[in-house]
Each structure stands twice: as structure tokens, then as C-alpha cells.
Design a protein around this ligand. Structure first.
Ligand SMILES: NC(=O)c1ccc[n+]([C@@H]2O[C@H](COP(=O)([O-])OP(=O)(O)OC[C@H]3O[C@@H](n4cnc5c(N)ncnc54)[C@H](O)[C@@H]3O)[C@@H](O)[C@H]2O)c1
Length: 267
């Protein structure tokens, strides 16, 4: 079967663990060269990946694909610009930008949440995505403009927390609401240039980020009870959706919030 992203160049942020790792690996399996951008090259050790000791870029290259890791802090403009520039110099262009890196600082109401927690969450989740979109779209606009199909694709990883309120996650919800809103805004500005901008809104997934919640019996039960599907999600569920949004199959999809949540927001 033909690979769906053959010849494409992708940059995936937060690529070392969880969703970013699954997306980077899925893109590589579909033939894309992947620039892997994260704070650290190694995966978070609390992750659930069976091969957690192996780095994403190394795994891609072992499988015969093309990849490179670039240490990137999504809060820093210079880092994000450099990562985009590296994709263009190493692989010749940038076709797909996945703004996935994100953080959560625990569960608390706004009464207990500190200003530092709010600033940190917004810096990574909201400003980091804004920077990723800014430099990726700037690069895509420098590349040739096709008469059909897409010129470039931006995929932002938001959350159901950007669509509905989730208890005890005030800064996280605010940051993901910002990602959802920015996604719709950019889709309008860059549709004429054939750049798709979409967001994936996952529900509860088994990743390092959620391990502290899964380890609490009460919260674990609640995550399962509030997810209508008989299991909670996995990074592969998100990666499959990202492949669709990165592929020619989704040319006319832009400004969309693609919910991947086992039915959580359907109720
Ligand atoms: N896990 C879930 O249930 C869930 C649900 C909805 C949305 N999401 C979103 O999916 C995305 C990925 O989450 P995950 O569950 O895979 O988390 P994770 O913690 O397993 O992985 C996040 C990765 O991002 C990297 N990262 C963190 N801060 C960074 C920064 N400043 N610059 C560059 N990289 C940074 C980390 O090093 C890590 O490799 C996040 O945006 C998260 O909000 C996760």
C-alpha cells in the first residue's frame, strides 16, 4: 500500500514522549522525514511506551526512516524559530507542523492554583503553540504555492479541555481554549494560501502526563467512568487522527476541532 506521507517533511514538538512520540513514529511509518523537537531527547521515564528507553529519532532511524532531534523549549522564540529552520535546512522544506508539546500542573481550583502555575501552563501550551504556528507558517509561505492540494498543514494538539470545562484544571482549560481559538483564527487567514490549520482535541489518554491521575484509585475510576467507550485512549488513537490531518485525504478540512475522546464530549 502506498505510504500516505511519502516525501513530506514534518516537525513534531514534544516528540520524545506520549502523543508526540506516537505521532512522530506514525508519520515516519507513512514515509515522512521527521524533525523531533523536545526539551529532552529521551522519553519521560514515567511513560507507558514498551520501548521507553529508546529515543524517538533513533527508533525512526532504526526502522529505516529519516529523523533528527533538536533540543527545543517551546517557550523560547529563538528555539522554535531554530527548529523550523533546521527542518528546512536538513530536509529541504516543512510540510507538516505538529504543535503537541504541553504540560499540566496538577488538579486544583483557581483558589489553590498559583500565578506561577498559570504562567507556566500558558507559556508552554498557549504561547508555545502560537510560536510554532508563527514560524511554521512563515516557512510554508516561502515554499512554492501549488495550484491544487495543500501548501502546508498545521496540526495543534488541544484537548477536550479547550472545548468544555474540566473540573480542577483552570489554567490548563484556559490554555487549551486559546489553542482552539487560535486554530480557527489561523485557518481563516491562511486558507487562501492553501495552508490547513486544525486541532486534535483528545480525551483522557494513557501517557506520562496522566500517570499521577491514573495512579490515584478515585481519579482513575472517574476517568474511566466519564469516558463512554470501554477503555480510555492511547497516543496511537491521536496519532491516527494526526496522519489523516497530515495527509491528502483532509485537503478541505481546516479550522476543525477533531475530537478523539471515546465519546466524552458527546454527552
Ligand atoms: N494525556 C492526555 O490525556 C491528554 C489529553 C488531551 C490533550 N493532551 C495533550 O497532548 C499533548 C501531549 O501530551 P502527553 O500526554 O503526550 O504528555 P507527555 O507529558 O507524555 O509528553 C509531553 C512531551 O512534551 C515535552 N515538553 C514539555 N514541555 C515542553 C517545552 N516547553 N518544550 C518542548 N517540549 C516540551 C515533554 O518533554 C514530553 O516529551 C499535550 O499538549 C497535552 O496537553 C493530552
Amino acid at each position: 500500500m502506498a505510504k500516505r506521507l511519502e516525501g513530506k517533511v514534518a516537525l513534531v514538538t514534544g516528540s520524545s514522549s506520549g502523543n508526540g512520540r506516537a505521532i512522530a513514529l506514525a508519520f515516519a511509518r507513512e514515509g515522512a522525514a521527521v524533525l523531533c523537537a523536545d526539551l529532552t531527547k529521551s522519553a519521560r521515564p514515567e511513560g507507558y511506551e514498551p520501548d521507553v528507553a529508546l529515543d524517538t529519532d533513533d527508533l525512526i532511524m532504526r526502522g529505516g526512516g529519516s529523523a533528527e532531534f533538536v533540543a527545543t523549549d517551546m517557550r523560547r522564540s529563538t528555539d522554535v524559530r531554530a527548529a523550523v529552520e533546521r527542518a528546512a535546512t536538513k530536509f529541504g522544506r516543512l510540510d507538516i507542523m505538529v504543535n503537541n508539546a504541553g504540560v499540566i500542573t496538577g488538579l486544583q481550583t483557581i483558589v489553590e492554583e498559583s500565578e506561577e502555575q498559570y504562567d507556566f501552563t500558558m507559556d508552554v501550551n498557549a504561547k508555545g503553540v502560537w510560536l510554532g504556528c508563527k514560524f511554521a507558517i512563515t516557512q510554508m509561505l516561502k515554499q512554492e504555492s501549488p495550484n491544487e492540494g495543500s501548501r502546508g498543514r498545521v496540526i495543534n494538539v488541544a484537548s477536550i479541555a479547550g472545548l468544555v470545562g474540566i473540573a480542577a484544571e483552570p489554567a490548563y482549560c484556559a490554555s487549551k481554549g486559546a489553542v482552539a481559538s487560535l486554530t480557527r483564527q489561523l485557518a481563516l487567514d491562511f486558507a487562501p494560501q492553501r495552508i490547513n490549520v486544525n486541532a486534535i482535541c483528545p480525551g483522557f489518554l494513557v501517557t506520562a502526563m496522566v500517570r499521577p491521575f491514573l495512579q490515584s484509585k478515585t481519579i482513575n475510576r472517574k476517568l474511566h467512568e466519564t469516558t463512554p467507550w470501554p477503555r480510555i485512549g492511547s497516543p496511537d488513537d491521536v496519532a491516527k487522527c494526526a496522519v489523516f490531518l497530515a495527509s491528502d485525504d483532509s485537503e478541505w478540512v481546516t479550522g476543525s476541532m477533531i475530537v478523539v475522546d471515546g465519546g466524552y464530549t458527546a454527552g
